[in-house]
Design a protein around this ligand. Structure first.
Ligand SMILES: [Zn+2]
Length: 145
């Protein structure tokens, strides 16, 4: 069974995932150098690692939502990344990004906000580094909203 991108994770799903996959704050100096994303769902440790300075901003980019989609897909459907999956252009990331973007759009965020507001700089870097894929995910999220 596949988690459909059309089915947005609701607050109850999120709460349940948060109760089984705790957040682990990581000091900035211990965060891997050059890692674009300030959060990470760990399939081995079964937790969500978050760079402390980003966490203190209050998760403006909704990266936690993104990671909880990974947690949900693993927990409910046993879905894990495949060895030949290309990042971030694969079916798991499609669901994670489209859910993240749908919620951002619902919160009134648009791509101008992402490109110009300093709080969104870690997401802006994705839109620069992977512009085709991120725009594809954003447009999909717009269609669904
Ligand atoms: Zn992801």
């Amino acid at each position: 069974m596949w988690f459909s991108c059309y089915d947005q994770l609701d607050d109850k799903d999120l709460e349940y995932m948060m109760s089984i996959y705790p957040i682990k704050l990581i000091e900035d100096e211990d965060w891997p150098n050059g890692k674009l994303c300030p959060t990470e769902f760990s399939y081995s440790d079964k937790d969500i690692k978050v760079k402390k300075s980003y966490y203190l901003l209050g998760d403006p980019c909704l990266w936690l939502m993104h990671e909880y989609v990974h947690a949900f897909m693993l927990n409910v459907h046993g879905t894990r990344p495949k060895i030949n999956d290309k990042y971030p252009d694969n079916s798991i990331e499609t669901c994670a990004f489209v859910n993240q973007f749908r919620r951002l759009i619902a919160n009134g965020v648009n791509t101008d906000t992402i490109m110009n507001n300093v709080k969104f700089k870690c997401l802006k870097r994705y839109f620069i580094e992977y512009s085709d894929i991120m725009n594809k995910y954003w447009n999909r999220a717009m269609e669904l909203t």
